[in-house]
Design a protein around this ligand. Structure first.
Ligand code: SIN
Length: 526
């Protein structure tokens, strides 16, 4: 075991973690944990772009209003306005760092970079780098982080738990290296930027999604979690049973793509006046219904009418990926299905990313800031990463607090973990969540999920709890407990709203709904 001392410890190296590191590093020393930079983290896979009010014909109030509508009555308006207000400055910052956003060749457009549209947005306000915006942003931020003298990046460590003291402060993190050796990283301030919880589901839009590890590490210290029942399914993941998960950006619909059902007919115009550009909860549910009603494995997305040249120009990554899977976007509709994409719930924070635990912060998808409410509007998430990373940096630059209270000890196991058991329980967990806690959830299905997840937790405790520290075993433990809290939150919400749709209570229950707040102690009660 090693013990080391750090100033600001950032756990997670996606858009939020990297942006915070850069913004705070001139004032405080940063240690950034970024376990496997090539694959992990959802930011890298974000295709569409970043929503911000950039066009002279757009308006901050309109972006706020669209976000509130998409969030189906559950957004915190102060968080929405805080985020939207910072859009133009955040984009100017990224441009100053050299993010290669796609220019608009049309001089009459009023803004030098191309702005696309996505579901729920009443205007063109998505700035993008072709159809691989996340990758362009991450690579640019990584380049700057890599050369900053006050930032140390550790690729070899995975955090498995946070360290608490008897005063209730967060004091750093316990980490494992690639040989499962324990490293205790003490920190003055600890920031979770660990991503969401889409990994609780079988089919996801990114290859290695997080499974809520950061949320549960915070909950173990007593942090409040919020809105866990609102898991977003992106309407259009490529249906490709033999291939890796691949997102088909909402920008394809933004540039005119149609969804086609069983008879090759559009079905969205009959469901919502915004048709294919309705908010994601509505589109994903409509696709799910179309598939259920007609016994389909997928529906189709048709963008042929845009023409081959425009398709190749706007969507080079998607075009190339589809071609590599034998599909020509310019000549045939492509098969698509909804897949788990984004967790609207997470660790509750204020506008500086502060959680309810002193000296613990959360930014990016792990956090629940109030911006998304019951359903996130497309491309608001990278904006949230930037806005809250910069807000958190301003806060951390001004405050230093110390605690010298004794640390709370962590018990440590010794036996080697069983890989088969980890794989079996993980599969069972994802099957339960996908079958019972997905786009539509019923009272009976949620009760069944609660029972099955409690059984899986018991099996975990019986077989794995005494094993040596192991990142996969720790991740599974966090995932099982978060899944149970998600089900508990879903059972508490006696209405359908946004991404939470329960036919046993199909309507809004309340004109002024409250977010659902939950603590780890709810598991003891269930
Ligand atoms: C997309 O390109 O459709 C994904 C972007 C997002 O989820 O905001």
């Amino acid at each position: 075991m090693t013990e080391s001392h750090h100033d600001v410890l950032i756990i997670g190296g996606g858009a939020a973690g990297l942006a915070l590191a850069l913004e705070i590093a001139d004032r405080r020393a940063v240690t950034l944990l970024q376990p496997t930079p090539d694959t992990r983290g959802a930011s890298r896979w974000a295709q569409g772009g970043i929503a911000a009010v950039l066009s002279p014909s757009d308006d901050v109030d309109d972006h706020v209003a669209d976000t509130l509508v998409a969030g189906d009555g559950l957004c915190d308006e102060a968080a929405v306005r805080f985020t939207v207000d910072q859009g133009p400055a955040a984009i100017a910052w990224l441009l100053s760092l050299g993010v290669p956003f796609t220019p608009d060749p049309d001089p009459s457009a009023g803004y030098p970079y191309h702005l696309t549209r996505e579901g729920g947005h009443g205007a063109r306000r998505i700035i993008h780098a072709d159809d691989a915006t996340g990758r362009a942003v991450i690579e640019t931020l990584e380049r700057h982080v890599g050369t900053h003298a006050n930032i140390t990046v550790r690729h070899d460590l995975s955090a498995i738990a946070l360290i608490a003291d008897t005063a209730g402060h967060c004091r750093g993190a316990r980490c494992l290296d690639e040989a499962s050796q324990l490293h205790v990283l003490m920190a003055r301030d600890t920031v979770l930027a660990t991503g969401g919880a889409s990994g609780l589901y079988r089919h996801t839009t990114s290859p290695h999604p997080a499974s809520g590890e950061g949320m549960m590490m915070a909950a173990e210290l007593g942090a409040e979690l919020m809105n866990l029942e609102f898991q977003q399914f992106h309407p259009t993941c490529l249906y490709d049973p033999q291939g890796a998960p691949f997102l088909i950006s909402e920008a394809v619909r933004g540039e005119g793509g149609y969804l086609l059902g069983a008879g090759g007919e559009r079905f969205m115009p009959n469901i919502d006046p915004r048709a294919e550009l309705a908010p994601r909860d509505i589109v994903a549910r409509a696709i799910d219904t179309e598939m259920q009603r007609n016994g389909l494995d997928h529906v189709w997305l048709d963008i042929r009418h845009l023409g081959e040249e425009a398709i190749r120009h706007h969507f080079p990554t998607i075009h190339a990926h589809c071609a590599s899977r034998g599909l020509d976007l310019a000549r045939t509709p492509i098969p698509v299905v909804p897949a788990a994409h984004y967790s609207c719930g997470g660790v509750s924070t204020d506008l500086s990313g502060a959680t309810t635990v002193p000296r613990l912060y959360a930014i990016g998808e792990v956090a629940c800031t109030g911006l998304h409410g019951a359903n996130r509007m497309a491309s608001n998430s990278l904006l949230e990463c930037l806005a809250f990373a910069r807000g958190c940096a301003r806060h951390l630059a001004e405050r230093h607090s110390d605690s010298t209270a004794p640390l709370i000890e962590h018990p440590q196991g010794t036996a080697p973990p069983s890989r088969e058991m980890i794989a079996e329980l993980g599969d069972a967990l994802r099957n339960v969540m996908s079958a019972r806690v997905a786009i539509v959830r019923s009272d009976a299905g949620l009760a069944e999920a609660a029972r099955r997840l409690a059984e899986l937790s018991e099996r975990y405790t019986a077989h794995l709890a005494r094993t040596a520290p192991d990142p996969d075993a720790a991740s599974l433990w966090h995932a099982l407990r978060l899944a149970r809290l998600t089900v508990a939150s879903a059972r508490m919400r006696r209405e359908s709203r946004g991404l939470h749709h329960n036919p046993d209570c199909p309507l809004h229950a309340d004109a002024a709904p409250s977010p659902s707040r939950i603590y780890l102690s709810a598991l003891e009660a269930s």
